[in-house]
Write a protein of this length. Structure first.
Length: 186
């Protein structure tokens, strides 16, 4: 009986430490040191939240730069990848369909289509695309908005982030931030 009481007390103490004290302490420290990141890296315009720079969002219509495809249909409560092998018939068919759709929508016939335009990210919520994938959408966006391709390329270059510390990751463009600036130009 004594061993059971010790186990129960230890469980209660660990529950308090690991379940309440530690999470509250780390949340408090994060709020003090990194308040914007701790709150989800939200982007606001005129006091209204437009989204998070950490999560991809769906942009419909030819006048917007489109995000990377989401296996979870941009539903943040359903983060998921397709888990389809790249050699599976299902994956190949889905990728071919996306390629055909992109060629039709972006007048990209004969052009190389960047892989991140036709594949989903591991989480289903990658907010960034390669500069090449964004530039492949320029003809469609220029036609729909009336902006020149040069204006759009300048805007893309403004939003292109380099590798972190010069060596980690790849150059990337945050689609939400890009589209918010695109909205200001129209």
């Amino acid at each position: 009986m004594k061993s059971i009481m010790i186990a129960i007390r230890a469980s209660i103490i660990l529950l308090l430490i690991c379940g309440f004290i530690y999470p509250l302490a780390t949340t408090g420290v994060a709020q003090v040191i990194f308040p914007k990141q701790a709150d989800g890296s939200l982007i606001e315009t005129n006091g209204k939240v437009k989204g998070s720079k950490l999560l991809a969002q769906e942009f419909k219509g030819p006048e917007w730069f489109h995000s990377r495809a989401s296996a979870a249909n941009y539903n943040p409560t359903a983060s998921a990848a397709t888990n389809a092998a790249v050699a599976s018939k299902e994956y190949i068919k889905a990728t071919k369909n996306k390629i055909n759709e992109l060629k039709k929508d972006n007048n990209a016939l004969g052009k190389t289509i960047p892989a991140d335009l036709v594949t989903t990210s591991g989480s289903g919520f990658d907010p960034d695309l390669s500069p090449e994938a964004v530039k492949a959408q320029v003809p469609r966006v220029a036609k729909a908005t009336g902006l020149s391709e040069d204006q759009l390329i300048t805007l893309i270059n403004k939003h292109t982030k380099a590798r972190q510390i010069g060596i980690f990751g790849e150059p990337r463009v945050n689609i939400l931030e890009l589209n918010l600036d695109l909205e200001k130009l129209r």
